[in-house]
Design a protein around this ligand. Structure first.
Ligand SMILES: Cc1ncc(COP(=O)(O)O)c(C=O)c1O
Length: 364
């Protein structure tokens, strides 16, 4: 290993306390976590330790100026019970793109992959096998420079925690197009998975929920005319048999599920258009009966069908589940590929392999 690290195993696993038949999202955490430090561009102090509280200075730069980035990915088991990840090198690429935009140190791919493989090998019994469930994996990094002045930072903590997870959305999602708040502008950080992008959306989300919606459908910051993405997902609109999804213009996340869905749709022979799409075009198609389906795509939520789109004080209602042609098929196929219940012609699945943990001795 180019970045050697040691493993300190927990003496008291919490695994026995988990009810895998009744998992929510984001409430429980695996037995272990990975931690590494970056000091002036040099990665050191890599270790896997029991999951627990962190110790750092209250003057840490990230707490004051928000240099925090993260990723979201999932681990699954194949039908023989072997752990696997979905496109982990894509998350690495995006993590480094986020790091570069936020002026933070990038992570070498070898360190990223070794950390993931070792942590998930060790905590593989935490991967739920129930349908629709998985082990959510959350890598994140923040600036730890002890300095309350604004200047480029040089010290970072990189951590990975895991969380056994059930469904993110139990029901089809109701979204409302934003006509006041803005999530991202060109030239900003919309394409990065930067914590501040999410912090700034809490108030709009709260207001959307007070109006009976689940999520905000973000629109462009200049005119509130064009769809961008949903709070935690990219978005697809099925219009007259064509799947339309907003282009990557620097304001939205380059979703790994989005890219996988585009490839799956191509494999079905479904036309896909990656372009700007206005809410007026969507409303017009709805009036003509051509807007037949919409769904969000994301790691946490997988494929989330949309039932209602609020726009300019009116609400477009979409056909019921029995009419969903694409979201049902995409969700089935994507989940089946991720768990190796369907072949993986795209080469997306990465089997988890440990260089350190003996195969026959997972933590029980
Ligand atoms: C704002 C936003 N857009 C899109 C996505 C979907 O990205 P992915 O499919 O890589 O999870 C996410 C989730 O990570 C997100 O937070």
């Amino acid at each position: 290993m180019k970045y050697p690290f040691h493993i300190e195993r927990t003496e008291t696993s919490r695994l026995g306390t988990v009810n895998f038949k009744d998992l929510a999202f984001g409430k429980l955490y695996g037995d272990h976590m990975f931690v590494a430090e970056c000091k002036k561009g040099r990665w050191t102090d890599c270790k896997i330790t029991p999951y627990g509280n962190l110790y750092f200075s209250p003057a840490s730069s990230a707490l004051h100026y928000g240099q925090i980035i993260f990723e979201g990915m999932k681990a699954y088991k194949d039908p023989d019970g072997n752990p696997q990840l979905f496109r982990p090198e894509q998350n690495h690429k995006r993590f480094n793109a986020s790091a570069a935009r936020m002026g933070m140190s990038e992570i070498p791919q070898e360190l990223w992959l070794d950390a993931l493989h070792e942590l998930i090998s060790l905590d593989q019994e935490w991967i739920p096998e129930e349908e629709g469930c998985s082990l959510y994996v959350r890598p994140f990094m923040f600036a730890t420079d002890r300095f309350i002045g604004i200047r480029p930072t040089e010290f970072f903590k990189f951590i990975i925690i895991t969380s056994p997870a059930g469904f993110y959305y139990a029901k089809p999602v109701k979204v409302i197009a934003s006509d006041h708040y803005v999530r991202a502008f060109q030239g900003g950080v919309g394409f990065a998975k930067a914590a501040g992008n999410y912090g700034a959306t809490m108030l709009p989300l709260k207001e959307a929920q007070q109006q009976g919606f689940d999520q905000v459908l973000w629109t462009d910051g200049l005119e509130h005319k064009y769809a961008q993405e949903i709070g935690t997902m990219n978005v697809f609109f099925m219009i007259d048999g064509v799947a339309v999804t907003p282009e990557l213009d620097g304001t939205i996340l380059d979703g790994i599920t989005r890219d996988s869905v585009i490839q799956l749709l191509h494999s079905y022979g479904t036309p896909v258009e990656v372009r700007r799409i206005s809410l007026d075009e969507i409303a017009d198609a709805h009036k003509k009966g051509l807007f037949t389906e919409a769904f969000g795509t994301g790691t946490a939520a997988s494929i989330a069908p949309i039932s209602h789109v609020g726009y300019k004080g009116a609400v477009m209602q979409l056909p019921p589940a029995s009419a969903w042609e694409y979201s049902t098929r995409l969700k089935h196929d994507l989940e089946a590929i991720k768990t190796s219940r369907l072949p993986d012609p795209f080469g997306w699945v990465a089997k988890v392999k440990s260089k350190l943990v003996p195969e026959e001795a997972p933590i029980m």
